[in-house]
Write a protein that binds this ligand. Structure first.
Ligand SMILES: NC(=O)c1ccc[n+]([C@@H]2O[C@H](COP(=O)([O-])OP(=O)(O)OC[C@H]3O[C@@H](n4cnc5c(N)ncnc54)[C@H](O)[C@@H]3O)[C@@H](O)[C@H]2O)c1
Length: 429
């Protein structure tokens, strides 16, 4: 079962409601300021990572010493931005192996494309680093299992970047669901909408001089460079990405799974397709996933990437209880009664800071398992969209057994893992 809400999450809630502010803040600050507690951080993958680098640089006694991206324009730009922010420029690197080699780096923040996540995180763990890893934590279930095993083997903090797990208003909303405040809850639903355009048809060409495409590809078997792939559009190709379900979906599925207190599904169903545009995108723009769990509980996720219906009253996580509903959106939540009347409404802050702070505290306290989004929970949440994507690709529902493994379907089971470029296969030891 999901781990209970932990001490720092509770304290986060206490801070939100005004209690216990001074005591915790000062103790935490004193610990962070001790010279022995300085944490040197390297940040990899500098789009989302550039934002995270700023957030890490703002934390007490935390220094961004390196930034790294195979796109040297991005590495240099991010180094300059951090210098502007802090007065000191981190070293800009192109090859992540130089980060792992460096004994001065304590922790590595990873926001690269998904095909890199688990292999790079395992490399970092082997080199003795703590890892803050963007969601989804893996490209396929097999390497996600290896990643959890590696986190245990090397006993390091591995936090997945589902930052809502550290937002006090969200934590409180989840706690209310789990405490039975809307009665028995057996269904939870999320709905993502956007107005993404077409990615067009790419042409094979040489990569630009500032990009090392070999390093960008890393563990993924080689494919020719195309002019509509980098940056960002890799999300929509199975070879590198996991579609909208693994992109925005995992944030929502993580909250739904947490609130419903479920781990691994017993049945996974997918409907939808790439309906809106005829282009290079392989992953669905219209994706309806459902997950049944033992004990009569279900989760639904609907991804509508190319229309924005602007539905009112729908949040990122909607819990349906026998005595009412609870809707989490932004940093807070709303409770409605069974007649649809709003009974309570709570706001809360939303930012990356608390999740980053939680990571640094777990390192300082040498308490990797205390993380708000510890990698085993992160993997369970990542597994949901990955199973949904497998169901989509094979075109039928999946039956799942222990730890979500697919039963009685050899074609679907073969999708549990991928092929790797020779020399880049992840392994725990
Ligand atoms: N938690 C959040 O709210 C949030 C928000 C945005 C993105 N993300 C996640 O961040 C990740 C990156 O997404 P994005 O939108 O920034 O993609 P992007 O394609 O814009 O950026 C990825 C960057 O990683 C770099 N990269 C590739 N290989 C690398 C390597 N070996 N070492 C270092 N850098 C490497 C690329 O060159 C690129 O600059 C995704 O997993 C995405 O889901 C999370």
């Amino acid at each position: 079962m999901n781990k209970p809400i932990n001490r720092r999450q509770f304290l986060g809630g206490a801070i939100a409601s005004g209690a216990a502010v001074a005591g915790l803040g000062m103790a935490g600050r004193a610990a962070a300021e001790s010279p022995n507690n300085r944490i040197n951080v390297a940040v990899l993958g500098l789009s989302r990572g550039a934002r995270l680098a700023q957030t890490f640089a703002e934390q007490e006694n935390c220094v961004v010493t390196h930034v790294c991206d195979p796109d040297m324009n991005r590495a240099n730009n991010c180094a300059s931005a951090i210098e502007e922010h802090t007065g000191t420029a981190p070293e800009a690197l192109q090859d992540l192996r130089r980060v792992f080699d460096n004994p001065d780096v304590d922790a590595v923040v990873m926001a690269m494309p998904v095909h890199w996540h688990a292999p790079a995180a395992i490399m970092a763990l082997k080199a003795g680093k703590h890892v803050y890893l963007e969601k989804p934590c893996c490209h396929n279930p097999h390497e996600g299992e290896l990643l959890v095993e590696a986190a245990r083997h090397y006993n390091k903090a591995v936090q997945m970047g589902v930052q809502r797990r550290s937002w006090p208003g969200v934590v409180e909303g989840i706690e209310r669901v789990r405490a039975g405040d809307i009665g028995n809850v057996y269904y939870a639903l999320s709905w993502y909408t956007s107005t993404r355009g077409s990615i067009g048809r790419g042409q094979e060409t040489d990569p630009p001089d500032h990009l090392d495409y070999e390093l960008w590809q890393g563990p993924a078997p080689r494919r020719p460079y195309k002019d509509n792939l980098i940056h960002y559009n890799w999300h929509w190709h199975w070879h590198w990405g996991s579609g909208e379900s693994g992109n925005n979906g995992v944030h929502a599925l993580d909250l739904l799974r947490w609130g419903l207190d479920v781990d691994y599904p017993i049945r996974v169903t997918s409907a939808g397709g790439r309906y809106r545009y005829d282009d290079d995108q392989e992953t669905p723009d219209t994706h309806l996933l459902s997950f049944d769990f033992a004990d009569d509980k279900s989760i639904g996720w609907q991804g509508v990437s190319c229309n924005n219906p602007n539905v009112q009253g729908v949040g990122i996580a909607n819990f349906f209880g026998e005595e009412g509903s609870l809707v989490i959106s932004d940093g807070g939540y709303v409770i409605n009664d069974n007649d649809g009347r709003e009974v309570e409404s709570h706001d809360g802050p939303r930012a990356d800071g608390p999740h980053v702070e939680d990571f640094l505290t777990a390192i300082r306290e040498d308490a990797p398992l205390s993380l708000n989004a510890e990698i085993e929970e992160g993997y369970k949440s990542t597994l949901l969209p990955l199973l949904g994507n497998i169901a989509h690709r094979v075109g039928r529902s999946l039956a799942c057994g222990e730890k979500g493994h697919i039963i009685d379907d050899a074609e679907a089971e073969a999708e549990w893992r991928r092929e790797y470029e020779s020399g880049w296969e992840p392994s725990v030891t």
